[in-house]
Design a protein around this ligand. Structure first.
Ligand SMILES: O=C(O)/C=C/C=C(\O)C(=O)O
Length: 66
């Protein structure tokens, strides 16, 4: 059973997640076969202060030149 974890910034609506879940499920079945009921989509909402890229939290201003 394919299980897809989606880690994204918090703030997306239920409608957006519903649409993404449908699109990911459709793409998974088309690519791998199987049935939609075999695909699980897990959403993890991450606050910008809990996510860093290049050593900088997304909640902080970007460093000079960075
Ligand atoms: O890591 C990045 O460069 C951007 C991440 C963006 C998200 O996770 C988001 O828009 O939810």
């Amino acid at each position: 059973m394919p299980t897809i974890r989606v880690e994204l910034f918090e703030g997306r609506t239920v409608e957006q997640k519903r649409a993404l879940a449908a699109a990911l499920t459709e793409a998974t079945v088309r690519t791998l076969g199987g049935s939609p009921g075999s695909v699980d989509i897990l959403f993890f909402d991450i606050a910008k202060h809990d996510w860093a890229t290049g050593g900088t939290l997304w909640s902080d201003p970007p460093p000079p030149g960075g």
